[in-house]
Ligand binder design. Structure first.
Ligand SMILES: Nc1ncnc2c1ncn2[C@@H]1O[C@H](COP(=O)(O)OP(=O)(O)OP(=O)(O)O)[C@@H](O)[C@H]1O
Length: 332
């Protein structure tokens, strides 16, 4: 594998379960050292895709290559290339933390001479020193998640796949896991699935959003916000007619548009959401124009900072709209 070739290549992946398509022609690459966030609503096909990537589940069709090796035909090599932390992170309840890591290290054929030092390093990195001799079944969820992460990175594989590594953790524990993942940046290629979108936004270089087994959006969070949500958004608290507002906005900037409006309160004020197709700040001109126009009464104006959650909701909604849209009328 050359230095610049992707660590992970997923090509036209399909998985069907008894006639139900869980993964529907998914293709994407992950660069070496990149941290990719894998997002999607419940049942979107994230875990199924991750299980195929790690070789746990055979694909119905399509190819996956990890560091130039085929997942389907080179299972021995793949095992050494991937550290996998599955959903729910099943761990042996009756083993002690160090015992378990030692046992997994031996299964991964790590040399005994190096294993002790590597485990010490991981206990430090994953903040597990205090519980090193504790029985895993007696550990809190946060410690168990970190044992799962320590196990996944134990043999320093080039690729790490983590299915919901922060599920069920409190904010403090999430912070520890986030730091841990950030420390892998550039050293390992990481795919993380999560429902905690601020987490993904803070941790990942790029995100891939899937819905109903298909990729519905992919890119860097900032670029996705621009692509899916437009450049900038504004919120107005204003009394006035929508048609008058639309006309006033068009006079300020042809790309300024109303994208949603709420119901009027008892004083006639409504929340309007606006979008504009560029980055320059329109707040001042909006304020001046709307506040001095007799057709409106303005009570509030703010420039909104879209979040990854907004992107996620818009991208998944967009894909549902496409699926739900009736077939085109051949006459139209
Ligand atoms: N072994 C299986 N047999 C039959 N159907 C399955 C199997 N595994 C997954 N599915 C179905 O495939 C679809 C995708 O499931 P998957 O677990 O990959 O979604 P997910 O995006 O990981 O969801 P979640 O966020 O809830 O974990 C779901 O409809 C699920 O019921």
């Amino acid at each position: 594998m050359s230095d610049s070739s992707p660590a992970i290549v997923v090509d036209n992946l399909v998985k069907t379960f008894a006639g139900m398509t869980a993964v529907n022609h998914i293709s994407f690459n992950v660069a070496q050292g990149e941290i990719l966030g894998f997002l999607g609503p419940n049942g979107a096909g994230k875990s199924t895709t991750m299980r195929i990537l790690t070789g746990f589940l055979p694909a119905t069709s399509g190819n996956v290559q990890i560091c130039g090796h085929s997942v389907a035909s080179e299972t021995g090599a793949i095992k050494r290339l991937i550290g996998y932390m599955p959903e729910n992170n099943p761990l042996p309840e009756d083993m002690r933390v160090v015992e378990y890591l030692y046992y997994r290290g031996r299964l991964k054929e790590m040399p005994r001479s190096k294993l002790g030092a590597r485990i010490d390093e991981l206990l430090e990195l994953c903040d597990l020193k205090r519980v090193r001799h504790r029985i895993i079944g007696k550990l809190s969820k946060g410690f168990r998640q970190r044992v799962g992460i320590a196990e996944a990175i134990l043999a320093e594989p080039p690729v790490i796949i983590m299915d919901e590594p922060t599920i069920g953790l409190d904010p403090h524990q999430i912070l520890i896991v986030r730091d841990l993942i950030a420390r892998l940046r550039g050293r390992m290629t990481v795919i993380i699935s999560s429902h905690i979108l601020p987490e993904i936004e803070m941790t990942c270089d790029r995100v891939l959003i899937i819905n109903q087994g298909r990729v519905v959006a992919a890119g860097e969070p900032a670029a996705l916000k621009r692509e899916i949500l437009g450049r900038s958004r504004y919120q107005l608290d204003l009394a006035g007619e929508s048609a008058d507002l639309a006309a006033a906005l068009a006079a300020i900037d042809p790309s300024l548009q109303i994208i949603s409006e709420g119901s009027p309160d008892q004083d006639g004020f409504r929340a309007f959401e606006l979008s504009v197709e560029h980055d320059s700040d329109c707040s001042e001109v909006l304020l001046k124009t709307l506040a001095t126009d007799d057709r409106f009464r303005l009570r509030g104006l703010s420039r909104a900072q879209p979040t990854l959650e907004d992107v996620f909701l818009a991208a998944t909604k967009r894909s549902w709209d496409i699926v739900d849209r009736p077939a085109a009328d051949p006459k139209s």
